[in-house]
Write a protein that binds this ligand. Sequence first.
Ligand SMILES: CC(C)(COP(=O)(O)OP(=O)(O)OC[C@H]1O[C@@H](n2cnc3c(N)ncnc32)[C@H](O)[C@@H]1OP(=O)(O)O)[C@@H](O)C(=O)NCCC(=O)NCCS
Length: 170
Amino acid sequence: MTTPSKTHVQMSRIMNATEANLLGNIHGGNLMKAVDDTAGVVANRYAGGPAVTAALDEMTFLTPVRVGDIVHTSAQLNWAGRSSMEVGVRVEVDRWDEITERVHVASAYLVFVAIGEDGKPKHVPPLDLETPEEKRRFREAEIRREHRLARRAAIEASREIEPSDKAVDA
Ligand SMILES: CC(C)(COP(=O)(O)OP(=O)(O)OC[C@H]1O[C@@H](n2cnc3c(N)ncnc32)[C@H](O)[C@@H]1OP(=O)(O)O)[C@@H](O)C(=O)NCCC(=O)NCCS
């Protein structure tokens, strides 16, 4: 069985001028892509095949990333269910023009679903939890999962009551 720490992946890259926003800092969408890419590597490896992004929780950007900065995205599996997995990602940056501590830029939790050859969700192996930290992350991921699923169910239920809303939200 695989422990969360064995799923850990870190990717690093220099951000370039084509990724900047109107203020000259790095566009948030490029950081979100780096987060999704890194989490996808974790999920695909754990699933032993393709996994798709099903959800991305709220992502707060704590500080701007500048052109030339080195962005590090590190990710590992927090939780595995039947076919879905939660991956936690932390984004940090090394400034291009000074040697300081790495700066925390953002964190995010993503849900991936493993897809089989028939195009349907397929089972993933159970996760082996060893350390107190891994157990804490697993527990907290279960709380987030309950909230996501409850929210989705509540929205679906409200659409059944007010079918005309479908046209507005779809
Ligand atoms: C993700 C996807 C495969 C789920 O399909 P589905 O028909 O809802 O599948 P199921 O209802 O069988 O759910 C599969 C698993 O995903 C979980 N899941 C689905 N949507 C979820 C969500 N929004 N949040 C959390 N978990 C979710 C289910 O709880 C279930 O988990 P489990 O098997 O571990 O118990 C489907 O919605 C999809 O293909 N979405 C598009 C994905 C994609 O293209 N991503 C790239 C970005 S464009």
